[in-house]
Design a protein around this ligand. Structure first.
Ligand code: D41
Length: 673
């Protein structure tokens, strides 16, 4: 509808404000987006356009205020109407039990009810709402006064600029934590890395750094979030419910974000199970927490307990072991994975992280080491989250000794001395040793024996492990030298299974060239490429000696695949293994009956002259794929393949409604698996 009439557009403007606020609430507080981003953006742009025409309409809670304003010279200081207290910490169960005992004794009750919630690792702030409107936001500072960060806070979409609902108090100070979701943090750091900007060491620093920006336009670009967990001033006091858990429920109805991971707990046992329950899912939470918090649930009881110095007697933070620690790098090694992937690993002076002694930490890949510029001798931040491999997060540059050298990737595999290769566009460097490399041997053997490769039934991971560990098999060629006794002596291997395995090995000698090529486990050579290579080269030696240039003429082989094949074939060990295999009595056929699901069992009729295939070739291909080729068209015909000068068969097909396709379509059907 057109909005030229002033009444009309004023109404439209009001609607846009409330609609966008509703969408923000759904997205950022309830986690349930209602509209696609593009639709949201359209409404938002409409709002901005109206504000440009009517600047006098812009209010402090207009959503356009979320983009930030003029940069400040410095933050002004704000005195908190009600001080922001700090939390006492507990690090073990005994301290928690003492807390519960003190609460029970202080209240002269046998039992106290607590509210359990998460302890977010961010920045504590206080939001002041007057008659529902967000008027001021301040950091905790020293607890009595903090910094005015109102402009920055307004850019956080999870924080409502105006409270919702019918019972809004005249004054409400909402306390809570500003933090960053792990996914947002990772994305932000990736973008910073891409632009060559400074990256933040962790989400907490990122949140703090973003909130302390004097330029709120920068804060607006940072993906900050917020959870409410406390209250400061409130007028009238009668607005407050009777308990902490009820307060958080009431916050939700005002449109404030409250974390759903909370529970009312009625004993110290409950408390400790809450701690463990959250602890077990800590690593799966989408944000960092450093503990849980227990609060006496009843506000009357809280008041009765009061506080000592600046910490309430009614609340306790129960911390989890830190996930980060500082240590020094003793050296940087590279490890070879089961797929040949080369991973740089920092050897560390032993340090306890999250209750476990860490001596090694992954550096992921060459680019990561270069980006973080980790060097032997450096002091580094190490992080260990749950079962995840410890990693080096960052270097403390201030502590770098004078004579350090930048890391260089070795050129040869530490296990088998084959060349280490890095394909363009890939972050991972790999050992080219393939079948020969000890680190890759088991994986290579399991792949070799796989049902879709050499199809050696009974030669799975467990048997391969034993064969390799007992030095019976090093390369696939060794499989064909295995004797009955050696196999029968393996653990959990009866005579019958040993016999079956030996038979399966013998049978696998007769196979197709394509399977043989696939079984070699050349990187980027999957089943289809293996078939194409087999069809193209027809024998193994032709493929072994193919040049990169020649390989590029094979269907679907591009530079990456060609490089991978020539790299593999250039390693003398690989050639040796192939020669031994060929000498062990392999019978490799070139053509494999490839049953195509789209064609098998179907009846085809050929008519006219096809552009590339002769009638016989077409017939042979169809039959090899499991189709019947008939001489005349009937109701039972599934397809008529028509070329130039097709005659009566084409007319007949059209009469009967039989699908008529051309050669290209037929080849398409044949190509389907
Ligand atoms: O998640 C937190 N970091 C958190 C901090 C929390 N869940 N609850 C808290 N409760 C309080 C009281 C009980 C004093 C209202 C707190 C904090 N305080 C707090 N954060 C920083 C200083 C104090």
């Amino acid at each position: 509808m057109p909005h030229s009439d002033p009444m009309d557009s004023a109404e439209r403007y009001a609607w846009l404000q409330s609609e966008l606020a509703r969408l923000d609430h759904a997205y950022y507080v309830l986690d349930t987006p209602l509209l696609p981003d593009s639709e949201y953006d359209r409404l938002y742009r409409e709002l901005i356009a109206l504000e440009q025409v009517h600047p006098d309409w812009v209010r402090p809670d207009s959503l356009s205020q979320r983009v930030g304003g003029a940069a400040l010279k410095e933050f002004t200081s704000v005195k908190h109407a009600v001080p922001m207290l700090s939390l006492n910490n507990a690090f073990d169960d005994a301290e928690v039990m003492n807390f519960d005992r003190r609460c029970r004794e202080g209240l002269q009750q046998n039992q106290v009810t607590y509210a359990g919630e998460l302890k977010f690792d961010g920045l504590a702030i206080s939001l002041r709402y007057e008659n529902g409107l967000l008027v001021q936001a301040a950091t905790r500072g020293d607890g009595s006064s903090g910094e005015d960060v109102t402009a920055n806070i307004k850019t956080i979409r999870a924080i409502p600029l105006r409270l919702q609902g019918n019972t809004i108090p005249a004054v409400l100070e909402v306390r809570g934590e500003v933090f960053m979701h792990l996914a947002d943090f990772a994305k932000m750091n990736q973008e910073a890395a891409r632009l060559g900007e400074k990256e933040f060491a962790n989400p907490r620093n990122a949140a703090a750094g973003s909130l302390r920006q004097l330029d709120s336009k920068i804060t607006a670009k940072r993906p900050l979030s917020f959870f409410a967990y406390g209250v400061g001033a409130c007028e009238p006091q009668s607005w407050l419910p009777k308990s902490h858990s009820a307060l958080l429920d009431q916050y939700l109805s005002l449109g404030l974000p409250v974390c759903a991971e909370r529970k009312v707990l009625s004993s110290v046992d409950d408390i400790l199970s809450f701690y463990r329950e959250i602890g077990s899912k800590r690593d799966r939470l989408p944000y960092d927490i450093d503990g849980v918090v227990y609060k006496v649930n009843s506000f009357a009881e809280q008041a009765e307990l009061g506080f000592v110095s600046r910490a309430p007697r009614f609340a306790l933070a129960h911390k989890y072991p830190a996930q980060e620690a500082l240590t020094t790098v003793l050296g940087i090694d590279v490890q070879v994975g089961r797929t040949g992937a080369i991973t740089p690993v920092a050897r560390l002076a032993p340090v306890e992280v999250g209750g476990v002694t860490v001596t090694n930490a992954t550096l992921h890949n060459e680019d990561e080491v270069k980006r973080k510029d980790v060097r032997t001798g450096d002091t580094v931040v190490v992080r260990r989250a749950g079962d995840v491999i410890p990693e080096v997060v960052s270097v403390v540059l201030e502590r770098r000794p004078n004579d350090t050298k930048a890391f260089e990737m070795p050129s040869r595999c530490p296990v088998c001395d084959s060349h280490i290769e890095r394909v363009a566009d890939e972050a991972i460097a790999r050992c080219s040793g393939g079948l020969f490399c000890g680190a890759q041997r088991k994986q290579a053997l399991v792949h070799f024996a796989h049902r879709r490769a050499m199809d050696i039934e009974g030669l799975g991971e467990k048997i391969v492990d034993q064969l390799v560990d007992n030095n019976l098999v090093r390369t696939p060629a060794d499989i064909y030298r295995l004797g009955f006794t050696a196999v029968a002596n393996l653990e959990r291997m009866g005579e019958k299974s040993a016999d079956n395995l030996i038979q399966a090995i013998n049978q696998s000698r007769t196979t197709t060239l394509a399977r043989f090529i696939f079984a070699l486990g050349i990187r980027h050579v999957g089943e289809t490429t293996a078939k194409d290579l087999a069809n193209h080269y027809q024998n193994m030696h032709a493929l072994m000696d193919a040049t990169g240039e020649d390989l590029l003429t094979v269907r679907d082989v591009g530079p990456v695949v060609a490089d991978s094949i020539t790299g593999f074939m250039q390693e003398p060990h690989n050639r040796e293994v192939i020669e031994q295999l060929l000498a062990s009595g392999m019978v490799l056929s070139v053509e494999e009956k490839k049953v195509s699901a789209a064609v098998a069992g179907k009846t085809f009729v050929l008519t006219g002259t096809l552009p590339t295939l002769s009638r016989d070739e077409a017939k042979e291909r169809l039959e090899r794929a499991g189709a019947k080729v008939a001489g005349s068209v009937s109701k039972k015909t599934d397809y008529v393949v028509a070329g130039d000068d097709a005659g009566s068969k084409l007319t007949k097909a059209e009469e009967l409604g039989v699908p008529v396709i051309d050669e290209a379509a037929m080849l398409g059907l044949l190509a389907q698996e």
